[in-house]
Ligand binder design. Structure first.
Ligand SMILES: O=C(O)CCC(=O)C(=O)O
Ligand SMILES: [Fe+2]
Length: 363
């Protein structure tokens, strides 16, 4: 029987509500000054600008419930962001992966430095950056965890020379669980539009998925608050699934105003990426978002985004191209899109889709 009630989550055992111990509280000062000019620069949002995103029941989608699919399409169209509850990812697994992420980010700085990406690699540990090195400033630390088990093992051994089997197995389990949610959502998006349910996924095979799991860790202690912790950006891939540790901070840009997303414990946030915007011929927007820290509670998030095979050609689904709504994009290879941005710095501040529009627009 389908139920609209969320899965029964318990509070994670991690110390969400505490500041980090003193030894972890010395981030570099963060001379934030790089906002995208067209955006409202206020870091605060009013209380009435805090929203709960449309809530989608995954079990109902699995049962091809027409009303729930309709809700998904309307939510994606209006917000580009949704929440997904009644999924099968257990609170135990969520709690374990949060603990493993915490474990990784609170390793000594030398251990994390060993795992910084080798030249040409997109995997590994990304430290905070004050912007002094000419790169964009970043308050969060991130760990880009490869989906490929051998590459993941290489990264783990750099962080934990003695090995960490628990990290490896928990990550493996998490990836499998959230991938299946993403694939279900893509099937529902396609079938709701009257397309073959596999149309958005047929280029995606396990081997073809080149995305990585990204763990983010935010520690705003010693920063003036509020602080912009993750710069405004859109997610470049197809679809992103986000798990947050319960500390708020995510904001989305809607009608040129920043709106805070109210976290809902145990549910995932899912958002349309740039490539799904293209595949849907602009029906679903890839919405700009950012993270603003308002307290010194530490925040962590897990982000997994699906991408097509790098050589897959991305274009609007032919069925969504009509005389009234011509194709908004020229076809392009997925890797052409990713190489058009500084992927490692990631804080791209905006989407790069304008470069691939049929009728070019300004950035
Ligand atoms: O930490 C978050 O809540 C969002 C992070 C994010 O937007 C990203 O990693 O793309
Ligand atoms: Fe994002």
């Amino acid at each position: 029987m389908a139920s609209t009630a969320p899965a029964p989550y318990i509070t994670s055992s991690l110390p969400h509500t505490h500041s980090l111990p003193q030894q972890h509280t010395t981030p570099p000062s963060y001379p934030y000054q790089h906002q995208h000019p067209h955006m409202d620069s206020s870091l605060f949002v009013q209380d009435d600008q805090q929203v709960e995103l449309p809530l989608i029941d995954l079990q109902l989608l699995c049962q091809e419930d027409a009303a729930e699919i309709h809700k998904l399409l309307i939510g994606a169209k209006e917000w580009g962001f949704l929440q997904v509850a009644n999924h099968s990812v257990s609170c135990k697994l969520l709690s374990e992966i949060e603990q493993q992420a915490y474990h990784a980010f609170t390793l000594p700085a030398e251990a994390k430095a060993r795992a910084e990406p080798a030249a040409g690699s997109a995997h590994g540990y990304l430290p905070k950056s004050s912007g002094a090195d000419g790169k964009k400033p970043r308050l969060n630390e991130a760990l880009r965890v490869p989906l490929n088990p051998e590459k993941r093992a290489d990264m783990i051994i750099k962080l934990w020379p003695e090995g960490n089997e628990a990290f490896s197995s928990v990550v493996e389990e998490y990836i499998a669980a959230v991938e299946s949610i993403l694939l279900q959502l893509l099937r529902s998006f396609a079938s709701g539009l009257g397309l073959d349910p596999l149309q958005f996924t047929h280029d995606l095979s396990r081997d073809g998925i080149s995305a990585v799991l990204r763990m983010n860790f935010y520690n705003a202690s010693s920063q003036p608050l509020p602080t912009l912790a993750f710069q405004a950006h859109s997610d470049p891939q197809i679809l992103t699934i986000l798990h947050q540790n319960g500390v708020d901070g995510l904001q989305i840009l809607k009608d040129n105003k920043w709106i805070a997303v109210k976290p809902r414990f145990g549910s995932f946030v899912v958002n349309v990426g740039d490539l799904l915007q293209v595949m849907s011929n602009d029906l679903y927007p890839s919405v700009i978002h950012r993270v603003v820290m308002k307290s010194d509670k530490f925040r962590s998030s897990l982000v997994l985004a699906v991408t097509p095979h790098p050589q897959a050609i991305v274009r609007p689904a032919p069925q969504l191209v009509t005389e009234q709504r011509p194709s908004q994009y020229v076809p392009f290879a997925a890797d052409e899109y990713f190489s058009s941005m500084d992927f490692l710095a990631f804080n791209v501040a905006k989407s790069h889709l304008h470069k691939f529009r049929s009728i070019p627009t300004l950035a």
